[in-house]
Design a protein around this ligand. Structure first.
Ligand SMILES: O=c1ccn([C@@H]2O[C@H](COP(=O)(O)OP(=O)(O)O)[C@@H](O)[C@H]2O)c(=O)[nH]1
Ligand SMILES: O=C(O)[C@@H](COP(=O)(O)O)O[C@H]1O[C@H](CO)[C@@H](O)[C@H](O)[C@H]1O
Length: 325
């Protein structure tokens, strides 16, 4: 576009980027195991309709980091309103499976990835949680020690985010090129630049692969939808400072992708989570997103989607008394 200089590579950030960014491949599993000590580690996969991929993800993590090296104590799949065989496939692969709506039914049920993550805290007994998306299409079990290493080695680190190249293998003409992370690049990164510039050096703010101290996560409110990933990042920085966050290079991440229209509600929830954490004001519990297609006559046809924006309170506030800690 005339008048716009091509992007100039800025020097990657300041002290935080250099001290809290961990290179790929620099992890010694034996050292991570030693640092674990007596702490319990659970890998948790929030999964909605992931029967095609969840089995391989569970098997990869179990074989490498539960059977061969006891770095992980439990692999859990939170079955999030799946209508396919996600639960059965995950169980057959050796995961502990919880149906999200069956966990603490007294608290009601909500749709969404964040709801699956929130209720995982009420179903899983662990000191450290490693969240991994269930739609990974290329085995990447080494992400587990990579995400755990900074947190187990340094008590001041509460959250570790993964980052990676994001090929968009959706059959489009540019498939395979690094065009993934569409909500990250068009919504999250611009919005954080405007409202939370201190996070400018976080390479993948929406990454679904992250490790977190369970007691820290339990102190945070959690958006029920797709805002969970960015909300936990923002709230961690607000509560404990930027140095409580680290990021690790996981190389490349291939996963199944939504069509563009489905990213509309996701983008709305991500924006809501960021805006709800701006200087003022809560947002409504639900908004109506109006997108457009064409009717048979070729005229614009509105398509409305209700987008929930509700948040759950900190899990610590609702945890059964015997697990108040
Ligand atoms: O209501 C939902 C929506 C998504 N997910 C899971 O959250 C992860 C990330 O969601 P998705 O793949 O839809 O997002 P993408 O990675 O494509 O942006 C996946 O393991 C989904 O199965 C979930 O558990 N419940
Ligand atoms: O990064 C993104 O833009 C979105 C969509 O990724 P693609 O455009 O399908 O590669 O995916 C991420 O965002 C979701 C919302 O935070 C997370 O739940 C996903 O785990 C993450 O992959």
């Amino acid at each position: 576009m005339s008048g716009l200089r091509s992007g100039t590579a800025a020097a990657a950030g300041g002290d935080w980027f250099s001290s809290r960014t961990h290179r790929r491949g620099a992890v010694d599993p034996a050292a991570v195991l030693a640092a674990k000590g007596g702490r319990r580690v659970a890998v948790v996969l929030p999964a909605r309709d992931e029967a095609a991929t969840v089995g391989a993800v569970v098997t990869g993590v179990r074989r490498a980091w539960l059977e061969a090296v006891p770095l992980v104590d439990e692999v859990v799949v939170m079955d999030s309103d799946s209508v396919d065989d996600t639960g059965a496939v995950a169980r057959a692969a050796g995961a502990t499976v919880h149906r999200v709506r069956d966990v603490r039914p007294d608290l009601g049920g909500r749709p969404g990835k964040g709801e699956a993550i929130w209720k995982a805290q009420l179903a899983v007994d662990a000191d450290v949680l490693v969240f991994v998306d269930a739609d990974l299409t290329e085995s990447a079990p080494d992400l587990v020690p990579a995400l755990l290493a900074p947190l187990l080695a340094d008590d001041t680190v509460a959250l570790v985010k993964g980052f990676y190249d994001r090929p968009l293998r959706d059959g489009s003409p540019t498939a395979g090129e690094a065009h993934g992370g569409r909500v990250t690049e068009l919504v999250a990164r611009p919005l954080l630049t405007l409202l939370a510039p201190e996070l400018a050096d976080v390479v993948q703010p929406l990454a679904g692969e992250w490790a977190v101290r369970a007691d820290h996560l339990a102190s945070l409110s959690v958006p029920s939808g797709y805002g969970v990933d960015v909300a936990v990042l923002l709230d961690t920085v607000r509560a404990a400072g930027l140095d409580a966050v680290a990021q690790v290079d996981l190389g490349l991440r291939a996963h199944t992708h939504h069509g563009l229209a489905d990213l509309g509600p996701m983008a709305t929830q991500v924006m809501a989570a960021v805006l709800a954490r701006r200087a003022h004001g809560p947002l409504p519990a639900e908004v109506c997103l109006r997108q457009f297609t064409r009717d048979a006559a070729g005229d614009p046809q509105p398509v409305e989607r209700a987008v929930p924006l509700d948040e759950r309170p900190p899990a610590a506030a609702v945890r059964a008394p015997e697990r108040a800690s």
